[in-house]
Design a protein around this ligand. Structure first.
Ligand SMILES: Nc1ncnc2c1ncn2[C@@H]1O[C@H](COP(=O)(O)OP(=O)(O)OP(=O)(O)O)[C@@H](O)[C@H]1O
Length: 378
């Protein structure tokens, strides 16, 4: 539906930055540096990455609020921006609904008026009639479950309700694409979690196509159909949440998406999809279906804490089993973490709270081959 090709946006350096980078012979820096992706119909597509990685600049470029330096943006075949051809449609003619971090509802208007306003200010030719405006506002308020608050001043809503109101205001214009920039970041932790599910439900029920910007990896994993992980103005990996989590394409992605144990290793043998590597802890067996490495390659092994099985008894029937000593244990309600010293490396294990082993105890760690990820380019 939406296609973004070779998108780049550079800014003139600030004086401080300019003097730091004088030796590089440039006075510009790229906030977005060659980004390509497609967003499919009905999909919630997330741009995820640390602060300053270029998420917002990418979103604003798609919205028409920034003029990109290079690239092309099309929506259903319609060219919105093309640097080469000098095409740059105005933001208000791109047909997008937008919800930003500061959801800025209009405090002097009622809930109803906040939602009807975007329709009332439409150009006369496309503006719906009074009755249709009323119907559309009522329908949207019902969908976001604020129907009974229609006459209330917008300021007399809770934070979460105000956030939903901001969403309703964007939805009422029936946009082809919703652009959401950290829309939940001003809410407290508990409400943010509830709103994640609400937003996801709405997106699914209304079959909305949306681009969602966040730096919060758990938010991205819960809500997205697909995620693009960004770093330094570029996309590191695009994939479904599970793929990104279980098969990170780089160390950056593995580190950014949750915690992982990283182990340097060398490939000993490759038989079909079974890869045996040698690391400081001993042998480790991995099942690498996609692009297996070659014998002798240096690789980085990534193992999620919840993929490490911890036990006080030796299993003996598993391909990878290490012996170590519990260093610390932390109870976190729904899970228990153990840090185990295996030789010189500490391995982070996460299990259900029924497992609780005293520090100092000798334990055996095992990992199923399909839970071992060999990160390329290590
Ligand atoms: N108007 C501007 N002038 C100069 N540099 C800018 C401008 N806007 C953004 N930048 C720089 O571009 C880079 C990317 O910024 P951007 O806001 O896109 O990042 P982000 O990933 O959305 O970060 P955050 O999560 O903190 O909002 C940063 O280094 C930022 O300082």
């Amino acid at each position: 539906m939406l296609t973004v090709e070779s998108l780049a946006k550079s800014y003139e350096d600030s004086p401080g930055r300019r003097s730091r980078r004088a030796a590089e012979g440039t006075t510009r820096h790229f906030a977005v540096d060659g980004v390509d992706f497609e967003v499919h119909d009905g999909e919630l597509f997330t741009l995820l990455g640390p602060s300053g990685c270029g998420k917002t600049t990418t979103l604003r470029s798609i919205a028409g609020l920034e003029r990109p330096t290079k690239g092309r943006v099309t929506l259903g075949g319609r060219v919105l921006f093309d640097a080469g051809k000098g095409i740059n449609l105005k933001a208000n003619s791109r047909g997008f609904g937008m919800v930003f971090q500061s959801y800025a509802i209009w405090p002097h208007l009622s809930v109803f008026k906040n939602v009807s306003f975007p329709l009332e200010v439409m150009p006369r030719a496309s503006r719906p009639g009074r009755k249709e405006i009323e119907e559309r506002v009522e329908r949207v308020l019902d969908v976001i479950e604020l129907g009974s608050y229609a006459r209330r001043p917008a300021t007399k809503l809770s934070g979460g309700q105000q956030q939903r109101l901001a969403l309703a205001r964007a939805l009422v214009t029936q946009p082809e694409l919703m652009l959401l920039d950290e829309p939940l970041s001003n809410l407290d932790a508990k409400l943010r979690e509830t709103m994640r599910f609400e937003l996801k439900r709405l997106q699914r029920e209304l079959n909305l196509t949306a681009i969602y910007v966040t730096h919060d990896q758990s938010e991205a994993l819960v809500m997205s159909n697909r995620i693009a992980v960004m770093d330094k103005g570029r996309i590191e990996q695009i994939g479904k949440p599970r793929e990104i989590y279980t098969r990170p394409a780089s160390r950056f992605v593995a580190e950014f998406i949750g915690t992982a144990n990283f182990i340097e290793a060398t490939v000993l043998s490759v038989t079909g999809d079974e890869v045996v590597v040698d690391c400081a802890q001993g042998r480790l067996v991995a099942r690498q279906v996609e692009s297996p490495p070659a014998v002798g390659d240096s690789v980085l092994v990534s193992i999620r804490p919840e993929s490490v099985d911890i036990s006080t008894t030796r299993r003996g029937d598993v391909p990878t089993e290490w012996t170590g000593t519990v260093v610390t244990r932390a109870f976190m309600g729904d899970v228990v973490d153990h840090i185990v010293a295996v030789g010189k490396q500490e391995i982070h294990c996460r299990s259900n709270p029924t497992v609780s082993i005293q520090p100092g105890t000798e334990v055996h760690l095992s990992v199923a081959p399909e839970k071992v990820t060999l990160v390329p380019g290590a």
